[in-house]
Design a protein around this ligand. Structure first.
Ligand code: BV8
Length: 237
């Protein structure tokens, strides 16, 4: 009987940092150049849609130039080889988990390679720049499309599936997140309150929620995540 059956993994910007995608907080981060309220809220988009489109167009084109790293690859290896369930819940809007082969990925903050129509609410795969002149391919209106992203003050996606996953978890991993943004930052407290799962934080440095985890492993994701996954697979043949 495997020691762990249902592994739930929360990831944040830190798992994609070594692929070359900026994190949000810390030196040289995304918020360095912008204030959240200017680029990542519905009010910001209503006030200055061109600035918000520009912020996401830059990140979308950056994403197309980078690739998954050893930490993403270790998690997709875990999903393939673990003889139980592995569910990734990501705060990231990049597609690097999918590109590295992970299948069970819930994007709670949306996906930057998707666009959504403000009029007909259709969601499209989208790799090009978005502007206020972009016409919706379905309802043909202009302006129409916005990034399929959850901004501050908007309801995160997949929350029902996420709650079920947290409820059934017997191992909860948190990788590359500062624990600043809710509801994601509150998942470890839910896990602790349920008292059923072991919890491990894997991060460059202790996060805001460090004391809520049973275990902390600190270092670069491309080093500590493959090592942790190999140990897990050895202990759970
Ligand atoms: C909601 C958009 C409710 C996508 C994002 C008080 C005041 C005001 C609001 C609130 C409040 N308390 C709670 C809230 C709500 C708010 C919130 O949490 N605010 C915070 C700032 C206090 N939350 C929301 O608004 C959420 N919605 O609550 O809705 C609701 C209820 C009913 C009806 C309607 C609504 C929505 C949250 C989503 C916001 N969107 N981004 C985008 O542009 O990408 S959040 C943004 O931060 C990103 O999505 C990102 O994923 C997320 C979290 O950041 P991290 O991933 O943790 O990244 P960060 O840079 O912070 O940390 C990186 C970590 O990696 C660091 O610890 C670093 O050490 C580590 N690292 C770096 N390099 C490496 C590494 N680790 C390992 N290896 C490395 N190489």
């Amino acid at each position: 009987m495997s020691r762990y059956q249902n592994i739930v993994i929360l990831t944040g910007a830190g798992i994609s940092a070594e692929s070359g995608l900026s994190t949000f907080r810390g030196a040289g981060s995304l918020w360095d150049g912008h204030r959240v309220q200017d680029v990542a809220t519905p009010e910001a988009f209503a006030r200055d849609p061109d600035l918000v489109h520009e912020f996401y167009n830059m990140r979308r084109s950056n994403l197309l130039k980078v690739k998954p790293n050893a930490a993403h690859d270790a998690l997709s290896r875990l999903e393939k080889r673990h003889n139980g369930s592995v569910q990734i819940i990501t705060q990231n809007v990049d597609d690097l988990h999918k590109r590295s082969g992970s299948k069970n990925v819930l994007h709670m903050h949306g996906e930057i390679l998707k666009a959504r129509c403000r009029n007909c609410h259709k969601i499209f795969d989208w790799k090009k720049d978005l502007t206020e002149e972009t016409t919706c391919p379905t309802c043909q209106t202009t302006p129409s499309l916005r990034p399929h992203i959850v901004w501050f003050g908007e309801m995160p996606l997949k929350m029902e599936e996420i709650e079920v996953a947290l409820y059934t978890a017997d191992l909860f991993l948190s990788i590359g997140t500062s624990g600043n943004v809710y509801p994601a930052a509150g998942f470890v407290a839910e896990i602790k309150n349920m008292g059923k799962a072991h919890s491990v934080e894997l991060n460059l440095e202790p996060s805001e929620g460090q004391f809520l985890f049973a275990e902390g492993i600190y270092g670069k994701a491309t080093k500590i995540v493959p090592e942790f996954v190999e140990t897990l697979l050895k202990e759970n043949p």
